[in-house]
Design a protein around this ligand. Structure first.
Ligand code: DGP
Length: 113
């Protein structure tokens, strides 16, 4: 896949406000926050979108969700947060390196816009 801005963040070529990192993933604050807490959780292994994941990625996908729990706990929002994944341009995806948005710190409506 072609390199995205997130690859540069993983490789520390451009700065980011990193809040969590382990061997498989990285979490950092969104540059354009949509809530008081807005953190992106990304795999270090690049895949453009969730739809590109295969059976071999089952463990990685679970790892990302457990990382979201850790990030939420660190941010003090474990009791209420929204985890969003935009898969594809039609869903609003702009950066084609699969990522979760962890949003918290305000109330949310349903259905989402
Ligand atoms: P999506 O639309 O789901 O692909 O979300 C991409 C998000 O990435 C969007 O909320 C803005 C954020 N973003 C884009 N470029 C950067 C960057 O260079 N740094 C940070 N921290 N966030 C970025």
């Amino acid at each position: 896949m072609s390199e995205t801005i997130f690859t540069k963040i993983i490789n520390k070529e451009i700065p980011a406000d990193v809040v969590y990192e382990d061997e498989l993933c990285l979490a950092f604050r969104d540059i354009n926050p949509q809530a008081p807490v807005h953190i992106l959780i990304i795999p270090k292994k690049a895949m453009p979108q969730l739809n590109d994941a295969g059976e071999a990625d089952e463990g990685l996908l679970g790892h990302l969700m457990l990382a979201a729990n850790k990030v939420a706990a660190r941010e003090g929002v474990a009791d209420g947060f929204r985890l969003v994944l935009n898969n594809g341009a039609a869903a609003g995806q702009e950066v084609f390196h699969m990522h979760f948005h962890l949003l918290a710190g305000r109330s949310f409506t349903w259905p989402p816009g």
